[in-house]
Design a protein around this ligand. Structure first.
Ligand code: DC
Length: 232
């Protein structure tokens, strides 16, 4: 790992601003961005496509253990999610996938398979990874841990806009209900629940612009690099 190339963990509930921030922070730092939610979504997409019910633990775990997931950069610079050689970036945002992903990601065998891939993808450091359990389970020793939150009205508005861009229209009330249901499930599952790590710094993005969110994180990165630098 190059000196001062950190592992940055960003966790938090759905639509709290994690992935937008993580993507931009990674690009400013020249780091790799890893969207772990997209990985659980990819498992869900493939399981549903194979006719496996999300509640069928063994069936879903079998799918997860054989899946080849990767992130590749497209010609326009956007980061795309692939299963084998298929670009699934749009398909994994489908409402059917969103409705089943919490159940799929709650199975221990699914988490173990994704954990292995996540560790492998981050081997070289210089990584910004976002998810639910990055600071608590995947990288308990991450150099910087951030826990992003935002009020439900802000999150529902953001997610509604994301869905419009993907061609799906839903009322803000429906989106808010779905977000709360998913957060509830993700926070109360037995394995790797959504939780703020004791040493994570919380950022409430409700009143912040994207640029402000990114700046806050970059400030923290600078501080962490100074600490790392003084240790080496
Ligand atoms: O970030 P997202 O909304 O795309 O994540 C989709 C689901 O995946 C989320 O509801 C819970 C699960 N997930 C998880 O269990 N652990 C992670 N590290 C990331 C996502």
């Amino acid at each position: 790992m190059k000196q001062n190339e950190l592992v940055i963990a960003i966790d938090g509930p759905a639509a709290s601003g994690k992935s937008t921030t993580a993507k931009l922070v990674a690009s400013r730092l020249g780091y790799t961005y890893i969207d772990t939610g997209a990985m659980y979504r990819a498992v869900t997409l493939v399981a549903l496509g194979a006719g496996i019910d999300p509640s069928d633990q063994k069936g879903v775990e079998e799918v997860a253990s054989h899946l080849s997931i990767s992130f590749r950069r497209a010609d326009d610079g956007s980061l795309r999610t692939f299963v084998d050689d298929e670009d699934v970036s749009i398909a994994i945002r489908d409402p059917d996938v969103t409705a089943s992903v919490s159940m799929v990601s709650s199975w221990s065998g699914v988490r173990e398979a994704m954990f292995k891939l996540q560790r492998e993808m981050s081997r070289k450091g210089g990584v910004v990874m976002d998810g639910r359990d990055i600071g608590t389970v995947v990288f308990p020793d991450a150099d910087l841990k951030i826990f992003m939150v935002a009020d439900i009205a802000t999150r529902a508005k953001r997610r509604k806009n994301d869905l419009v861009e993907l061609g799906t229209k839903q009322s803000v009330e429906r989106v808010a209900q779905d977000l709360e249901r998913r957060d509830q499930f993700d926070s109360n599952r037995g394995v790797s629940p959504l939780r703020k790590a004791a040493d994570a710094v919380e950022i409430d993005t409700s009143g912040l612009s994207i640029e402000e969110q990114v700046e806050r994180v970059l400030e923290m990165v600078k501080k962490s690099q100074r600490v790392e630098g003084s240790r080496s």
